[in-house]
Design a protein around this ligand. Structure first.
Ligand SMILES: [Zn+2]
Ligand SMILES: [Zn+2]
Length: 266
C-alpha cells in the first residue's frame, strides 16, 4: 500500500477527470491520500473536506498557504476554526514560511504560522509545514521554522515538513526535533542530490512520501500534470536512497503517515 501524504486533488486542475485520477491512483496501489485544503482562499479547505466526506480513503487538512496569508481576513480565519475540528480533518496545514517566492511579508507569514499552530493545539491535530528558503542566498526560513515550531510546542502534536527542499543539515535538524520529513517528486530530479543525501538522515519511522500534485511530477512524468498514482516513481527513488526495498518503503511510509495523522490501520 502507498500513502500520498500531500495532494492537491481538490484543485480545479482535476475538475474534468477527478474520478479517473483517483481510480488510477488505486490501480497504482495508492490506497490513501491526504488532500491539502490550503491553496488560495478558503474554498480549497471546503473542497478538501467535501472530498474527504465522500471517500473513506481520503482525509483533509485545512489552513492557508504561506503565499496567501497576507490576504487573510477575520472571516477567513473563522472558516478554518469551524472546519478544524471536523472528524475528516487530520491536520492543520499547509502552513509555514516561503522565503523563496516572498508572496507575503515574512513577519506576516511567521505570525500566521504561529497562529495555525495554536489552532492545531485547540483541536489536538498535527501540523503540515511548507518551508521553503531562497535558493542562492538563504534567508533563514528553516531556522525561523524550527524556532517557531519549538516556541509553539508543535512537536507535541506531530509535525510534517512537507516537500522537503532543505540541505542535509536541515534534514538532520528536523529529524532531531522529531519531525516527519516528506519527499516529493523533486527527489527524482538530476539536480536533487542533496535531497537524495538527506533521505538516509531521516529515521525510517519519520519518512513520508507525497506527490504535491498537480505540481512537481517525478521523472519520468516530469512536465506533465502530477497525480497521486505517479508517487510510485518517487517511492522507487526514496527506497533506493534509504537502502530499502520498494515494498518496505511503501509499508513504512504508509505506517508513518497513519501514525502522524492518527488514522487507524486498514
Ligand atoms: Zn507546499
Ligand atoms: Zn502543497
Amino acid at each position: 500500500m502507498l500513502f500520498d501524504s500531500h495532494a492537491h486533488v481538490d484543485g480545479p486542475e482535476f475538475d474534468a477527470d477527478r474520478e479517473d485520477v483517483l481510480a488510477r491512483a488505486r490501480a497504482a496501489g495508492v490506497e490513501r491520500i491526504v488532500v491539502i485544503g490550503a491553496v488560495g482562499d478558503t474554498t480549497s479547505a471546503e473542497r478538501s473536506v467535501a472530498l474527504a466526506e465522500k471517500d473513506p480513503n481520503i482525509w483533509a487538512t485545512v489552513a492557508t498557504h504561506p503565499h496567501d496569508v497576507e490576504k487573510m481576513t477575520p472571516e477567513w480565519w473563522a472558516v478554518h476554526e469551524r472546519l478544524a475540528p471536523h472528524p475528516r480533518v487530520v491536520a492543520i496545514g499547509e502552513t509555514g514560511l516561503d522565503y523563496y517566492y516572498d508572496h507575503s511579508p515574512h513577519q506576516v507569514q511567521r505570525d500566521a504560522f504561529a497562529r495555525f499552530i495554536e489552532l492545531a493545539h485547540r483541536v489536538n491535530k498535527p501540523v503540515v509545514c511548507h518551508i521553503r528558503d531562497a535558493d542562492k542566498v538563504p534567508k533563514g526560513a528553516h531556522e525561523d521554522a524550527r524556532r517557531i515550531l519549538k516556541e509553539g510546542r508543535a512537536l507535541d502534536l506531530g509535525v510534517v515538513i512537507h516537500c522537503f527542499t532543505g540541505t542535509p543539515d536541515d534534514a538532520r535538524a528536523y529529524a532531531e526535533l522529531g519531525c516527519y520529513v516528506s519527499f516529493s517528486g523533486i527527489v527524482t530530479y538530476k539536480s536533487a542530490q542533496p535531497l537524495r543525501d538527506s533521505v538516509p538522515l531521516v529515521p525510517r519511522d519519520r519518512l513520508l512520501i507525497e506527490t504535491d500534485c498537480p505540481y512537481l511530477s517525478p521523472i519520468p512524468k516530469r512536465g506533465k500534470r502530477n497525480e497521486p498514482g505517479f508517487i510510485v516513481h518517487t517511492a522507487e527513488q526514496v527506497a533506493l536512497s534509504a537502502g530499502m526495498s520498494f515494498e518496505q518503503l511503501a509499508q513504512q511510509t504508509a505506517e508513518n503517515a497513519a501514525r502522524v495523522f492518527k488514522i487507524s490501520a486498514a
